[in-house]
Design a protein around this ligand. Structure first.
Ligand SMILES: NC(=O)c1ccc[n+]([C@@H]2O[C@H](COP(=O)([O-])OP(=O)(O)OC[C@H]3O[C@@H](n4cnc5c(N)ncnc54)[C@H](OP(=O)(O)O)[C@@H]3O)[C@@H](O)[C@H]2O)c1
Length: 382
């Protein structure tokens, strides 16, 4: 039995992960966390026979402890650390949203525990330090993002080949709900329209990132760190059907592609079971029914966030951390109805312009860069 700890259990990825774990005799759930959804997480613990949970919001942790005296409830961000250490998992699934996921990523990898990583922000914010930490302790990072899970499988198939075998990586993008629109039209789109993703059902933050194409910018940085491929050799391709998730171009001109119906339980199950596979009751791909697969380049004029992310990625140092923090602040403002969608990219660009990129030496400088970027982004909004 592989012992699995699920962080961010009440979210879109977390709930699907519990479904995957319940369907496998080889996976044992040993702990759960959320920020404030204490009723849901206590219900999940009862339903799955889990005895340890953590809530990062102390007030919610207090309520959970009162309502569930038979369980062990950890509180605050320190509670998350305790949960990782005390539940003795073989693998931690980090499905927390935003840079709040960086702390648990560091703790798990620092302890040498394998990490199934949905929280792409961990790699965006501190990719170099995070991958160096994994290398130092021998912990593996298994991507949960569908594009990266696809690339992970394709690259694994070529692992025995020599250096230089892999020429390019391609991550696909659905294009989001506003594909085909002009930038001026985006001024008037509503939060509800932005949350109506054409192919994936996900949490609010990543759905807005998909609408601005920032999600692909974050994924570009994630791919660079996971697979150690330079940015100039990672492409983003718009593919509205979301059937091909990732492609690898080899040095002999061959192109390997990973296909499947869009269902996050597939990459979640891949990461949780690696290197084994489990049987999954998901829709099988019927290409004759799909009919045609189409492709187009991303429209960087309408969706500048992707270009801004690529620039910050190449600048390196603290720039990707600043990019991420400013994005989180601006997305929050958009979801709260305070700004129009195109303003998100403007706030990020202005924050990057003000703070620039400084070299990275330690995790501490990331937390400081994150804090400072949030301040500057908030000033931009004001
Ligand atoms: N959803 C997808 O299909 C998908 C696909 C690929 C990658 N991802 C990535 O997976 C991650 C999770 O996405 P999601 O869509 O599942 O998000 P979500 O539905 O918003 O769920 C987020 C989870 O994180 C918890 N959380 C939120 N803020 C937190 C904080 N400050 N500290 C600790 N826990 C916190 C939430 O708890 P509460 O319920 O208490 O707020 C919830 O359990 C993101 O990094 C996203 O980019 C998601």
């Amino acid at each position: 039995m592989k012992r699995i700890l699920v962080l961010g259990a009440t979210g879109s990825i977390g709930v699907q992960a519990l479904d995957v774990i319940a369907g496998s005799p080889d996976l044992e759930l040993v702990g759960l966390s959320a920020r404030s959804s204490w009723e849901t997480v206590v219900e999940q613990a009862r339903a799955h026979g889990v005895t340890r949970i953590a809530l990062t919001d102390p007030e919610s942790a207090g309520r959970a402890a009162a309502a569930w005296p038979e369980g062990e409830v950890h509180s605050g961000t320190q509670g998350l650390v305790e949960l990782v250490l005390e539940s003795e998992p073989d693998l931690v699934l980090n499905a927390i949203v935003g840079s709040a996921g960086l702390g648990p990523t560091i703790v798990a990898l620092g302890e040498g525990i394998d990490l199934a990583l949905a929280n792409k922000e961990s790699l965006v914010v501190g990719g170099e330090l995070v991958t160096a930490l994994a290398e130092a302790t021998g912990a593996r990072i298994l991507p949960v993002d569908s594009e990266h899970a696809a690339l992970h499988q394709l690259i694994a198939a070529e692992r025995s080949a020599g250096p230089g075998t892999i020429e390019r990586l391609t991550i696909t993008a659905s294009g989001g709900p506003f594909r085909g629109m002009r930038r001026s039209e985006l001024q008037r789109v509503s939060v509800e329209q932005a949350l109506a993703h054409p192919t994936w059902s996900m949490g609010d933050k990543i759905t807005i990132d998909s609408a601005t194409l920032m999600n692909k910018g974050l994924e570009l940085i994630e791919a660079h760190h996971l697979f150690a491929v330079p940015y100039a050799r990672i492409d983003v391709l718009v593919h509205p059907q979301s059937i091909i998730h990732g492609m690898v171009t080899l040095c002999d001109g061959a192109v390997l592609a990973h296909l499947g119906c869009p269902d996050m339980r597939v990459p979640i199950a891949y990461a949780l079971n690696h290197p084994e596979r489990m049987e999954l009751d998901v829709a099988r791909l019927d290409l004759a029914a799909v009919g045609s697969l189409t492709f187009e380049p991303p429209d960087l004029e309408t969706f500048p966030a992707l270009a801004i992310a690529r620039e910050a990625a190449i600048a390196g140092g603290t720039a990707p951390c600043v990019l991420n923090a400013a994005n989180e602040v601006a997305v929050h403002a958009f979801l709260g109805g305070r700004i129009a969608l195109p303003r998100i990219a403007e706030v990020i660009e202005a924050t990057l312009n003000e703070l620039g990129a400084t070299p990275l030496r330690e995790f501490e400088s990331l937390f400081e860069a994150d804090r400072r970027a949030r301040e500057v982004a908030a000033q931009q909004l004001a």
